[in-house]
Design a protein around this ligand. Structure first.
Ligand SMILES: [Zn+2]
Length: 549
């Protein structure tokens, strides 16, 4: 091959899973000027090797299209990594120690801000301000839990916010109280804002630094693109700054947050924000609606009441963030304006409202290319499982949650009862009913490690759990289906499937090398696998020495 047409990069001798039905398996891939130019046997692709071609010997390891995370929060969680980060801390005692250390190390910060505590570490899922006061003294502290739907604040923070026993719960939120009505220091949903509004916002420089850290982290996991699932103006500015300077190597779609209380007129502002791009690999083309809260705090919107610990009915049915008529007209307008609708829905009522809103939009606008998706989809009534496919709504699964972890076993299932427990995370049923499947991590709610998520998607269990019994094994998907969801499935919702998502000649060379043959079940659990190299348009953005070549 003459040097002027030779490949820049050849990866050969591998178990290449292309996620392209035209040629699902291959041994080797050639890349030139950022694009895939050949996929085939070592012999076929070897003809592209010239004197300046870099040749990587895969030695039987798996090569895949770069992973795309369809629902994550790198902007906020990147920032969290710079603060009091509790995500990797296990157990209440360790949490108290970590906060105390952080407080001592940041003695002059006006606020102690952090996140990542785990509900199952505390009685009834909520820690108490007394325990926080004991480690931060009289300082104001604000610590969000892993899912970002609750905050744990110190007594000084409550005092500064003026929250007392006589403060009513705000619309769309709840102040957790002791038996006598005194706030405990746990704030749910919009009640978090009562304190959050007092905390000095992060600077632009901090946001950009946080995002760059998140990007490095994601690249080290084989992730080449993502959808940021809740982008507010300050976060968008950070992405745009990085993209404008050429520092955003990942492809990013922003789902701009549609705030509680907004109505159709808010759309004008989103149109203006979208029109600033695309910039480099960044585009703000999706709109995010939180439809409800989460089951663990009884804020997930349910069609029937939550159960009491004794199995009787309570009067709690969760909450809808947007009034259904407002949601329907807004989703129709957002769809008509050419945006994608990205919805957070946990409870069966929220899932149904989301599907109804898309159905209403289809009725007035006809089919559009918005590629709307509903994320989390924890409890879905069987009649609604069947609606995703025909409505063209992609099921955006956070597969890691579909296992017997303590949060599910202790804080969720007892309050749902057996019938609704069996309606959770029905990914297998969705696929069988013709739904498209995308996958994402919801980082920093949980790890962005794709192999952990695939592990649970395929086995409905994870080696790290105390209770390893598979959770609803009939709802498992195959490794091929999970791989498709993390590549073509998520590329579809990102509107990137024409240029990425599979290893196909002509597409951009976004690739990940896995440290083993992922399909060799003798090689150990899927969750043991790791990425050893990540390429974007043929350029390495992460490389472990184990790659060689
Ligand atoms: Zn999320």
């Amino acid at each position: 091959m003459p040097p002027e047409t030779a490949a820049d990069l050849v990866l050969r001798g591998g178990a290449v899973h292309t996620v392209d039905p035209v040629r699902p398996r291959a041994e080797a891939v050639a890349v030139r000027s950022g694009r895939i130019v050949a996929v085939g046997s070592d012999r076929e692709v070897g003809q592209r090797i010239g004197p300046r071609t870099r040749v990587v010997e895969l030695r039987g390891r798996t090569l895949l299209p770069g992973f795309q995370d369809a629902h994550c929060h790198p902007c906020t969680s990147g920032l969290d990594q710079l603060r009091c980060d509790l995500l990797a801390v296990h157990g209440a005692a360790e949490v108290y120690r970590t906060i105390a250390e952080y407080a001592a190390g940041h003695a002059h910060d006006p606020w102690i801000v952090g996140s990542g505590w785990y509900m199952a570490d505390y009685p009834h899922g909520t820690p108490h301000r007394r325990d926080l006061d004991a480690v931060v003294g009289g300082r104001p502290a604000y610590l969000e839990n892993r899912d970002g739907h609750s905050a744990w604040v110190s007594s000084r923070a409550l005092e500064l916010a003026g929250i007392t026993a006589s403060t009513p719960d705000p619309v769309g939120g709840r102040i957790e109280r002791d038996a006598d009505g005194t706030p405990t220091g746990a704030l749910h949903e919009s009640a978090m804002d009562l304190v959050l509004d007092l905390i000095p916002p992060a600077t632009a420089e901090e946001r950009e630094r946080g995002l760059l850290g998140a990007q490095r982290f994601f690249h080290s996991l084989g992730i080449t693109a993502w959808q940021d699932a809740s982008v507010r103006p300050d976060c968008q500015a950070a992405y745009e700054a990085l993209a404008g300077r050429g520092e955003l190597t990942a492809r990013v779609v922003a789902a701009m947050t549609f705030e509680a209380g907004w109505d159709v007129d808010a759309l004008d502002g989103l149109v203006v924000r979208r029109a600033r791009g695309p910039i480099g690999r960044f585009a703000a083309t999706s709109v995010k609606f939180f439809l409800d809260g989460v089951l663990e705090t009884f804020t997930g919107a349910m069609l029937e009441p939550y159960l009491a610990p004794d199995g009787g009915l309570t009067d709690r049915m969760g909450m809808l963030v947007h009034d259904p008529p407002v949601l329907r007209r807004t989703v129709a307008a957002v769809d008509a304006a050419g945006f994608q609708v990205h919805m957070h829905a946990i409870g069966d009522r929220a899932v149904r409202e989301g599907l109804d809103a898309v159905e209403g939009a289809r009725a007035v606008n006809g089919p559009t290319d918005g590629r709307h998706h509903i994320a989390h989809i924890q409890v879905i009534q069987p009649v609604d499982v069947a609606r995703f496919g025909p409505l063209g709504v992609t099921a955006n699964a956070q597969a890691l949650w579909a296992c017997h972890d303590r949060q599910l076993d202790e804080l969720t299932n007892p309050f749902l009862g057996p019938e609704r427990t069996a309606m959770q995370y029905p990914f297998g049923s969705l696929v069988r009913a013709g739904a498209r499947l995308a996958m994402g991590s919801d980082w920093g709610v949980s790890t962005p490690n794709v192999f952990d998520e695939m592990q649970v998607a395929v086995e409905r269990s994870h080696p790290s759990l105390d209770n390893r019994e598979p959770f609803l094994p009939g709802e498992a998907v195959t490794l091929d289906q999970a791989t498709h969801a993390f590549t073509m499935g998520s590329a579809y919702v990102n509107h990137l499937d024409d240029v990425t998502g599979s290893i196909t000649p002509g597409k951009l060379a976004d690739l990940v090398v896995v440290d083993r043959d992922l399909w060799d079940r003798g090689a150990g659990p899927i969750s043991d696998a790791r990425a050893i190299a990540t390429f974007i348009e043929g350029e390495p953005v992460f490389e472990d020495p184990a790659l060689g070549g």
